[in-house]
Design a protein around this ligand. Structure first.
Ligand SMILES: *Cc1c(COP(=O)(O)O)cnc(C)c1O
Length: 354
């Protein structure tokens, strides 16, 4: 017997990880560079005896270090098993159809509607503006009938970015008692974090991940920055679900990664430089490239359906992401790898799509 709940679920589909051959994987926005070197040192000397005991359920040390990095209090930080888990807890804790519909962009992280269905939250998709940016004017127009808002900055899968003054303007004009979640999964690649606004807006929630900028997608670690009372609510959700979502090793590794600003700044600069190189080369070859502040670009080539681009590149051993969704079918999303990887893609693309 299956529950009625289960029958109603439509799960999120992550980017494929095919095992049939070796691919150049540019489909899930993983970082091409290794995590900071201190992590390897930790793993070499780690005393497995520590695994006998449960992990710290409140992630005290890691939260302290994250707080220090952002000049916040530890009580303003929540640590989760990937940022997906934090997002899920935010949906559970902060959005309720009783008060209106949740607002998010028409083309955005496809987990948002999945969580809405999971928790029974009604939602409204706000079209992007003509430049494919998140349209905060559109959000405001629907503000009265909403129970809150969520958007990613930079947005996924478009890579488009909103400057901080736009976000301030939105927060000043949106309802102060309704919660606004900003998903900053890609903020490290040239954007400015809204974390600086937390003192000013108590309804602001920022969700971040170790997966992209910190090269730790396989670790499953994310964090949330917000007001103390909202953090307490996230703990209530966590402790009603799983006391130990972040294991001991993840917490230790996170503590090392969050401190190594120098290393991570270096690899981010490399990715940004490669993104600019790759974008201008693609444009030179006649492609349309949306301006991106993320570690991926959203691109199209006139006359070639996105699905064909995806399939032909896959045949050549290169994986990119195509979304079979009306309105963005012409596009593919390409993760920025190393400069050599992108040069290889450029030469393959030159042959396939002259
Ligand atoms: C990758 C991604 C996340 C999730 O990352 P985790 O690996 O779960 O931390 C969240 N939001 C967006 C927009 C993403 O692209």
């Amino acid at each position: 017997m299956f529950s009625e709940r289960l029958k109603r679920l439509t799960p999120y589909v992550p980017g494929e990880q095919p095992q049939d051959r070796e691919y150049l994987k540019l489909n899930t926005n993983e970082n091409p560079y290794p995590p900071c070197p201190g992590i390897a040192d930790l793993l070499r000397t780690f005393d497995t005896e520590r695994l006998r005991l449960y992990s710290d359920p409140v992630c005290g040390r890691l939260r302290e270090r994250i707080a220090r990095k952002h000049s916040l209090l530890k009580e303003q930080v929540f640590v989760s098993n990937g940022s997906d888990e934090a997002l899920s807890f935010c949906f559970y804790a902060f959005f309720d159809s009783l008060y209106g519909r949740l607002l998010f962009p028409e083309y955005t992280y496809s987990f948002y509607p999945v969580y809405c269905d999971f928790y029974g939250i009604t939602y409204e998709r706000i079209p992007l503006d003509r430049e494919f940016r998140v349209d905060l004017d559109g959000f405001l127009k629907k503000g009265d009938g909403s129970c809150g808002a969520i958007f990613a900055n930079p947005n996924a899968p478009t890579g488009t970015y909103l400057a901080l003054d736009r976000i301030v303007w939105f927060l000043e004009n949106y309802h102060r008692e309704k919660i606004v979640v900003i998903d900053e999964a890609y903020i490290d690649f040239g954007g400015e974090s809204a974390a600086a606004l937390l003192g000013q807006f108590q309804n602001l929630v920022i969700v971040r991940t170790f997966s992209k900028g910190m090269s730790l997608a396989g670790l499953r670690l994310g964090y949330t920055l917000t007001d103390k009372e909202l953090i307490k609510a996230l703990f209530t959700v966590k402790d009603s679900f799983n006391s130990y979502p972040a294991d001991t090793l993840s917490q230790l590794i996170g503590e090392i990664a969050i401190e190594d600003d120098l290393y991570y700044a270096k690899i981010r600069e490399k990715i940004i430089a490669t993104r600019e190189y790759f974008s201008s080369e693609l444009e030179r070859l006649g492609w349309f490239v949306l301006p991106s502040r993320a570690n991926f670009v959203f691109v199209s080539k006139e006359g070639i359906p996105g699905k064909d681009i995806y399939l032909k590149l896959k045949e050549k051993g290169i994986l990119v992401r195509h979304f079979d969704v009306e309105g963005i079918k012409d596009f593919v999303r390409i993760t920025i790898g190393t400069r050599d990887q992108m040069a290889r893609l450029l030469s393959v693309a030159t042959c396939l799509f002259p």
